[in-house]
Ligand binder design. Structure first.
Ligand SMILES: [Zn+2]
Length: 419
């Protein structure tokens, strides 16, 4: 293993080190993160209507304080808040600490809205946030108990058992209850510590519409995506909208068809992303690899023949996959490196020269390196991630003795360097 790690460092030295680490290349830092268990719920002990009434009062009280604060020139401090609103909230039947939670929450909401120059917040949702004093989470029974005013309600989580099981043993921090579209939902926010291991190598992922290319410094692996399937469903929905420019909004049959196509496109992306994310993260875990991804925020539209709608959907798909991979990595303690995406497919990974493209084939005129576009992307992501890793470990000056070169990619690189 040591040998393998050294060979990585040596390879890094082969590449001219002119670039400094760009600002957006970084590791996901260790620390405390949150994960939410989200489930539909039903009231099994207590009355749904009573709960809805409690939620309504909760919203009502909150809105009253928002309105009162909004008319003031200066946002009051916490003790003034207490003076102004404590009795009012108590008169709604809220317990002392709930009253405090409510005005604290409103204070934060109004401050945030003001600093964003937003307009007066209007609370539409029936929802409440509860902490350990007003909620009990009993995952072994699959229930959450909550109290808003004077009654406890037992809510049964309607979700797969194995999904709920995954949160057992984690420390929960907050419970959110929400009523929407005649359904009750519960989210339990869990806190967990992310302590990624020290990686032995990196697996770099270049995400494209058709394939995900994975590169580990030795070879390339490709995963076919389902994004194109999803996109074609989206396109069919848009065609329907174009074909019936006025009717589609009012014709129930067309509208349902469009909605279902959009829904299918979305669920293809979401389901597939979670599936692939798990596969990739578990593999990285088994091998002790870090995962490297491009920072999507810097990603520009690559092909001009892609429509804006298609591009928007593509970005949605990329973000979903990226999010799924990061969430899974955090769950399993796998290190994640986010790299600057600029020029990942236009710079030669061997000599740093500019690449020329013939369709998807990249050619470096300086060192005659040849590879397809996705491979180039993944190799460059890998190299950038390696620099981030070394900057962290401070392992830049490593012994010059290189272990024997076996790998195909590096042999190709070497040959071309000589030539
Ligand atoms: Zn080159």
């Amino acid at each position: 293993m040591m040998q393998r790690f050294l060979s990585l460092c040596v390879l890094a030295k082969v590449v001219p080190c002119e670039g400094v680490i760009r600002l957006s290349s970084r590791r996901i830092p260790e620390g405390t993160y949150h994960r939410a268990l989200k489930a539909e719920a039903e009231v099994v002990d207590g009355n749904l209507n009573d709960l809805l009434w409690d939620l309504t009062l909760y919203r009502h009280a909150m809105q009253r304080i928002v309105d009162a604060l909004w008319d003031l020139d200066r946002v009051p401090n916490r003790s003034q808040m207490h003076q102004l609103f404590y009795q009012l909230l108590r008169s709604y039947g809220f317990r002392a600490h709930v009253a405090r939670n409510i005005y604290d929450y409103v204070l934060a909401l109004v401050k945030a809205t003001r600093s964003n120059n937003g307009s007066r917040p209007v609370l539409r949702r029936l929802s409440a946030r509860l902490d350990y004093q007003d909620a009990k989470v009993e995952l072994n029974k699959g229930v959450v108990k909550v109290i808003l005013r004077d009654k406890w309600y037992t809510l049964k989580l309607k979700h797969r058992r194995d999904y709920i099981e995954k949160f057992r043993g984690l420390r929960w921090k907050e419970v959110h209850v929400k009523y929407e579209n005649s359904k009750l939902f519960v989210s339990v926010i869990f806190e967990f510590k992310y302590h990624p291991y020290v990686p032995r190598n990196i697996i770099a992922l270049d995400i494209n519409l058709k394939t995900i290319v994975a590169y580990d410094g030795f070879g390339v692996r490709r995963f076919k995506t389902r994004f194109a399937d999803a996109l074609s469903k989206r396109k069919r929905a848009e065609e329907l909208q174009k074909r019936y420019p006025r009717r589609w909004r009012f014709n129930k049959r067309i509208l349902n068809r469009i909605k279902s196509l959009h829904g299918k496109a979305r669920s293809i992306v979401v389901d597939w992303s979670w599936k692939l994310a798990k596969q990739i993260v578990l593999k990285a875990l088994r091998r002790g690899h870090a995962i490297a991804l491009e920072d999507l925020n810097g990603l520009k539209k690559r092909a001009s023949n892609v429509s804006d709608v298609a591009w928007k959907f593509t970005m949605f798909a990329y973000r979903k996959l990226q999010h799924a991979i990061m969430a899974k990595a955090l769950e399993y303690g796998v290190p994640v490196i986010i790299v600057d995406p600029r020029n990942t497919s236009s710079v030669c990974p061997i000599c740093g020269g500019k690449l020329t493209y013939i369709h998807r084939l990249a050619i470096c005129e300086k060192c005659s390196f040849i590879a397809d576009r996705d491979t180039v992307g993944a190799m460059n992501i890998w190299l950038r991630a390696l620099r981030v890793l070394h900057a962290h470990a401070g392992a830049c000056g490593l012994p010059p003795s290189a272990p024997p070169v076996k790998d195909e990619t590096r042999q190709r690189g070497r040959k071309q360097m000589r030539g």
